[in-house]
Design a protein around this ligand. Structure first.
Ligand code: G3I
Length: 355
């Protein structure tokens, strides 16, 4: 892509002058606005040149998409496998990027030894404490922010806690005490790395709704009682090209007013695709608008400090396999690493900065 330095709007996105002119990357734009721009990463793809070079050029933050989940990192009760997570840490260190950790406590992607182990609550509490302290301890000083607990609130009974192995099946012994089991996890993570920022991460709580109301009540309670929580992650998996941006903004506003940071942690905007995986051109423009509007909403609140996409190339995205290939094309780069309208929209929003 050539940078047309004489066109005013485009010139604002260029660095340097004369022969040295090059187009500003998303990473450059974010950096100048003091923002973190991140993406989920699959270490098996780092050996692909276009994957690695796009990643290093466009992002200043990474998050392992799957390889710090229990199933991968804790495959046997007595052994941990950090090899794939470490590859991401190494890549980030070589390219001056921050790393978010995902995730210490979830009801999915847990290994059979755990889910079928018929442990008592006391045993499960010990297993969970050891897991959190070992994983956070291994990455102490290397992972700056953790999704400590992911998706603990129910999908259908909005506002209620989900029934999980950690809460009440059989749980770690605090099932009757509301969010106490979550509180315990944050305390363990804080003990393992007092410097790490600790986040609660959730799906479907981006707008003001019963689920985000319940999370808001939990975070307010934790802050009032000094439980070490530093932030809330809103995943932002957007379907059907619908995003209530006014409500997203109001939600970010009320959470940041509690003194916690907000990170947008898993953004993608799924489009209907034909059997060859191609979206309709008009949908790409609407998708770009949504990326721009969400980024602008984040930037308008000082406490919203990071925007992360869930992968960056349509070549590798969870959406296809999880929708029987009827949806896809959800990310800022196409399958050949070409920048889509969504990329330019995100970069424009970052370049405009906070208002
Ligand atoms: O590891 C196996 C591999 O050995 C096997 O060859 C392959 C065959 O399909 O499957 C691999 O496991 C897959 C795993 O990702 C690792 O790539 C699972 O089938 C697949 O279901 C799993 O999907 C992930 C999903 O979480 C469940 O963990 C997606 O990549 C990941 O994008 C998705 O991410 C979640 C966030 O963690 C939480 N929020 C929602 C988000 C989207 O569902």
């Amino acid at each position: 892509m050539k940078c047309r330095a004489f066109v005013l709007a485009t010139a604002a996105l260029c660095l340097g002058f004369g022969d040295g002119v090059r187009e500003q990357s998303l990473r450059d734009a974010a950096q100048r606005s003091g923002m973190l721009i991140g993406t989920a990463v699959r270490p098996a793809r780092l050996s692909e040149a276009a994957y690695a070079s796009t990643l290093a050029r466009e992002f200043n933050m990474l998050e392992p998409e799957d390889v710090l989940k229990w199933e991968v990192v804790h495959p046997e009760q007595q052994s941990f496998d950090f090899s794939q997570g470490d590859q991401i840490i190494d890549f980030a260190a070589r390219h001056g990027m921050k790393v978010r950790g995902h995730t210490l406590v979830w009801h999915q992607q847990n290994p059979k030894w755990l889910t079928e182990g018929k442990y008592t609550s006391g045993e499960l509490a010990q297993i969970l404490e050891k897991h959190i302290k070992t994983v956070v301890g291994h990455y102490r000083g290397k992972i700056f922010a953790w999704d400590v607990v992911n998706e603990a609130f129910d999908e259908l009974q909005l506002g209620k806690l989900r029934s999980t192995i950690w809460r009440d099946q059989p749980g770690i012994g605090l099932a009757g005490d509301g969010t106490s089991y979550i509180e315990r996890c944050f305390r363990w993570a804080h003990e393992a790395d007092p410097q790490a920022l600790l986040f609660y991460n959730e799906a479907g709580a981006e707008v003001v709704n019963p689920k985000s109301d319940a999370i808001y009540a939990m975070v307010r309670d934790f802050r009032q009682r000094g439980i070490p929580i530093d932030g809330v992650g809103f995943q932002m998996h957007i379907e059907n090209l619908r995003a209530d941006v006014a409500s997203i903004s109001a939600n970010i506003k009320r959470f940041t007013a509690l003194g916690v940071q907000v990170h947008i942690t898993e953004m993608d905007v799924a489009l209907p695709v034909d059997p060859s995986g191609n979206p309709r051109p008009e949908d790409l423009q609407r998708q770009a608008d949504i990326y721009r509007e969400v980024a602008t909403a984040c930037l308008s609140h000082r406490g919203c400090t990071a925007i992360q996409t869930w992968g960056f190339t349509d070549k590798y995205s969870w959406i296809g396999s999880h929708s029987k290939q009827t949806q896809g094309a959800a990310l800022p780069f196409d399958r050949n690493y070409g920048a889509k309208p969504a990329y330019a929209a995100l970069r424009d929003a970052m370049a405009t900065g906070r208002r």
